[in-house]
Ligand binder design. Sequence first.
Ligand code: NAD
Ligand code: ZN
Ligand code: ZN
Length: 389
Amino acid sequence: MRATCWHGKKDMRVDRVPDPKILNRRDAIVRVTSTAICGSDLHLYNGFVPTLKRGDILGHEFMGEVVEVGPDVNNLAIGDRVVVPFPIACGNCGPCNAGAFSLCENSNPNAWMAEKLMGHSPSGMFGYTHMMGGFAGGQAEYVRVPFADVGPLKVPEGMPDDQVLFLSDILPTGYMGAEMCGIEGGETIAVWGCGPVGLFAIASAKLLGAERIVAIDRFPARFAKALQAGATDTINYEDENVYDTLMAMTGGIGPDACIDAVGTESHTPGPLYAVDRVKQALMIESDRPFALRQAIRCCRNGGTISVVGVYGGLIDMFPMGSFMNRSLTMRAGQCHVHCYMRPLLERIQRGEIDPSFVISHHMTLDEAARGYGMFNDKEDSCTKIVLTP
Ligand code: NAD
Ligand code: ZN
Ligand code: ZN
């Protein structure tokens, strides 16, 4: 089959590789009909996450048709159309039973690698390094889905791929980012990053009842989508002082909650950018946390910082004094996608949200390498690329 493989920093290639096979009784094989490139894939593309190997197949946002099932998969049949969550989860362990599927204790065979770096391991994930299990990803013609009796969600007839594909990751992730803010109605929520995850965090904050939603980024095309998603205000961090503008908007109080939908590759105008880039290059610091630092400083006393942007390792100059003295709360996580898929599918069916608004480009799988470059560089107002094998 054809699959999108990592060959090194900024070197993606669509290669011919062996077809996947059923290895365990709870596996299924899915023929991919749509797959997408995620902001998390860019961290791999740019070489910021360790334990990738040359030839690894990437991709963790995909959907398609079930073409083979293992003997213990009783809920799926050949021909079913499914969308698959990016964390791999057994459905039976403590975290799975508690709904914390991205913390499954049985799905990462290489947990020891993640333990070395982080103390404990999250779940296995599709196409996301050997430290996260070394599973082949879904930017391919076919993919093996472990624990297929737990993850895949059957798609009702009549719903096009573009409307349901993002249930695999970014729609639940944006939703979880908003949910972690504890929105009850009437709040001001500030969202750093208007990529697909930030856009869905904005849309979700609106669904949950936030009154004022401030979108922070620097790309006009992304601001246009942020306003479409429900943002009430935008701040271009290159032109305006984000702290001053947010204080002016909130009578000096600050937003009730701040969502970091940027993560480890955040950018900032000014000298700090060079400092963190150099530290990152010298491997003194693995992540560049500008958006996170700013979110902490801006948040109102007693407010919440919700981190869905991905970080890999260590950050410098964490504003602990601001965080501690002002009684802030921080919540974070790889999304527990399984919990959110069905309720969000129902919201799509009821017409409360149409996730396809984030898509800017459709391409064939063969164009994946060009797609990575384009999404990374935000060329041609790119906000999200869907690939069709
Ligand atoms: P993206 O790269 O398209 O979007 C990131 C956006 O942040 C860009 O528009 C960029 O201009 C903006 N940005 C950069 N620096 C900024 C700053 N200082 N202030 C404000 N905005 C800034 O990526 P995406 O697909 O939207 O993903 C966003 C993040 O979410 C990534 O870190 C990704 O890895 C992560 N993610 C997490 C999960 C999860 O389960 N927690 C799932 C999917 C993606
Ligand atoms: Zn993702
Ligand atoms: Zn589990």
